[in-house]
Design a protein around this ligand. Structure first.
Ligand SMILES: [Zn+2]
Length: 358
């Protein structure tokens, strides 16, 4: 054992006269054909990477019935065919990969004296056995995107432990039914309200009670409210004109619901009656602005409030009006924006420095 180039190097050799079982026929053999060297990376020790330089034997198989003429010996708990890492190191890298993901492990490992690529870490993680689970009492079923907007599978979750149990390669209701038949005893199935899931989940688990999960209840409620508001839009317009707009509070930072919403497969912008109307009105207002009509005149012609017309006239596109009320607001920074643009164009993008300059 010695320290070489900052690493602990362990030179080791298998004994000469211990017989080994042939992996082909399990017959013992001690007749040595040759020796060769292997290098194995091991878990770091004392802040240094560890390399085991190992001399192993190639042996003859003397069993006439066996197809192997020679074979290489493996050391139980240390080597495997073509393996370049010890099981201890492999377990360590796989465990890290589960916690912080492959790319981070590759960088972290370098600090610990272990060279490993992120693809190797991924391979180690993928080779781990799936965690064991028992049939849940409350099962959650939902779509799962392997490629958003293109490929969907089905994810099955234990709603009480929040543990994902299984992924089905498609969202075909038959595979859900087959899965449910394979794991009987589920009492409650929590799902969205899509009819396909409903029918097949019932055939797969006829005794289970069905409920809509919380997110889908909220989602359906929001859709229903939008339909209602859109139907009574004329009333709202009267209200807006009767009462001046109240001060709006500052927007909250991004919320969980918003994150969930962006995960849904969707068009670049939401569709619907309300939005068609928004686009039409925007186009009408802009066209009349181009003609040089006053906002007062446009408001009279379109039967809208003057503040409403002003909002449409200011928005460069109908989509800009969907980004929320606060995005095009004036800000304390406005006066400094030309200066900032100039400094950024000059190549200064250091935020704290720009802040000091302001
Ligand atoms: Zn053999």
């Amino acid at each position: 054992m010695e320290v070489r180039d900052g690493r602990v190097v362990i030179e080791a050799s298998t004994p000469e006269d211990v017989p080994v079982l042939c992996p082909g026929c399990q017959a013992p053999s001690g007749r040595v054909h040759s020796r060769y060297g292997r290098r194995l990376a091991d878990a770091p020790c004392g802040g240094r990477g560890v390399v085991i330089e190992l001399s192993v034997r190639r042996l003859f198989c003397d069993n006439g019935e066996c197809r192997r003429v020679t074979f290489a010996e493996q050391i139980d708990g240390l080597t495997s065919r073509y393996g370049r890492r010890t099981p201890v190191l492999q377990r360590m890298l796989a465990a890290l990969g589960v916690v912080v993901a492959a790319r981070a492990v590759a960088r972290l490992a370098l600090l610990l004296g272990v060279v490993v690529s992120r693809t190797t870490v991924l391979r180690l993680v993928m080779a781990l056995p799936d965690p064991a689970w028992t049939t849940p009492r409350v099962l959650g079923i939902d779509e799962f995107a392997t490629r958003k907007g293109h490929r969907y599978g089905t994810i099955l979750v234990d709603c009480e432990s929040h543990q994902p149990l299984d992924l089905l390669p498609d969202r075909d209701a038959d595979s859900v039914a087959a899965w449910l038949r394979e794991y009987p005893g589920i009492e409650i199935i929590c799902r969205d309200r899509a009819q396909v899931f409903a029918d097949r989940a019932r055939t797969g688990a006829p005794n289970a009670q069905h409920c809509a999960d919380k997110w889908h209840v909220w989602h359906n409620l929001a859709e229903a409210v939008e339909r209602l508001v859109s139907r009574h839009r004329a009333l709202l317009r009267d209200l807006v004109e009767t009462f001046p707009e109240p001060e709006r509070p500052e927007p909250e930072p991004a919320q969980v619901e918003t994150v969930k919403a962006t995960e849904e497969p969707s068009e670049p912008y939401p569709q619907g009656k309300f939005l068609d109307r928004l686009r039409d009105t925007h186009a009408a207002v802009r066209a009349q602005v181009e003609q040089g009509l006053s906002l007062r005149e446009i408001a009279r012609r379109l039967g809208l409030g003057r503040n409403t017309v002003r909002k449409y006239a200011r928005a460069a596109s109908p989509e800009a009006m969907l980004h929320g009320q606060w995005q095009n607001r004036t800000s304390k920074l406005d006066a400094f924006k030309p200066y900032l643009d100039q400094r950024i164009a000059e190549g200064c993008t250091n935020v704290s420095r720009l802040h000091r300059e302001l």
